[in-house]
Design a protein around this ligand. Sequence first.
Ligand SMILES: [Zn+2]
Ligand SMILES: [Zn+2]
Ligand SMILES: [Zn+2]
Length: 357
Amino acid sequence: MAKETVGYVNLEWTCPFCGTKNPGPNKKCSNCGSPQPEDVKFEQAAQETLIADEQLIERAKSGPDVHCPFCGTRNPAGTKTCANCMGDLTDATAREKGKVVGKHRKEAAPDIACPYCATMNPANAHTCSNCNGNLHEPTQPKPAAQPAPQKRKLGVIGIIGTVAVIAACIFIFSLFFRTDDVSGRVSSVEWTRSVAIEGLVPVERGAFLDEIPSDIAVYGCREELHHVQDDPAPNAEKICGTPYTVDTGTGIGEVVQDCQYRVYAEYCSFTVDEWQQVDMATERGTNLTPIWPQPQLTADQRLGGEQEQFEVVFESDGRRYVYTTNSPSQFAQFEMGSEWILQVNQLGGVVAVEPAR
Ligand SMILES: [Zn+2]
Ligand SMILES: [Zn+2]
Ligand SMILES: [Zn+2]
């Protein structure tokens, strides 16, 4: 995110001795004359208007004010001696800077009524235009409401439900993994072998124009978001977040916004020939000597992936058990009529086989 300065606004500070609100650049309270103490923070005005005064803007940019170690008076950054007591400012502490004081208050704030004579005054006024009364009587902060203690309830129904789900899982697990040994005799075998036939097929693809080789014809181009960056660029859309005010430590706030640039580029469609499966050749047999299909290929075809599957049917006391494998070497052992021990799960599926001794 690139930070952008929108402008500068006056902040305020509240005198801890008499409660008067003072413009940020003022070092002393306009009512009682007390200097702003180091621990009194700058706040936002009810309504923030960008200032045009170049001198104030320069001050905001020059760095945070420092507090005199002897009398506490605020002095601009870079000052050698205190304007109030002439004390040496070498060891003076600088005010905090860079803290966000809030969302920029650009909108007009409602007028405020004087608590003494009810005269309406502009939102940013500090004293009443009629009676000179303080428009911002310090208010007592309300005690924070006690958060209600969180009740943890795990109902009996919940516990029973959980137990039931676990029991069901164990039951299903046992169906698949608990096996019984059954002796069986090979009654039939079948093998299937297939080979994919691939051809060059025109396929529509899309890419940004700068990524497509120049000898490929493109069509259907349109502007699409290519990437987002912090720096400006031609053909970029600027997107900024809500402006907010930052304390510069000088009584003047810097209004900033975080911006990014959405860069657009031409995204086009094009057609390329790609190898894709167009057909499948399959051989089947009911003996123990499987072969691979040998399809006739045209000039623009080639062979793709191969698949093989072998199925053996066993008979045991009048029941049929089907066993499948992908291993041709295992398949070769299933002589017709040979005896095998089958591991059969609770659903009747054959999980493994081994020759009977
Ligand atoms: Zn005061
Ligand atoms: Zn001083
Ligand atoms: Zn008044």
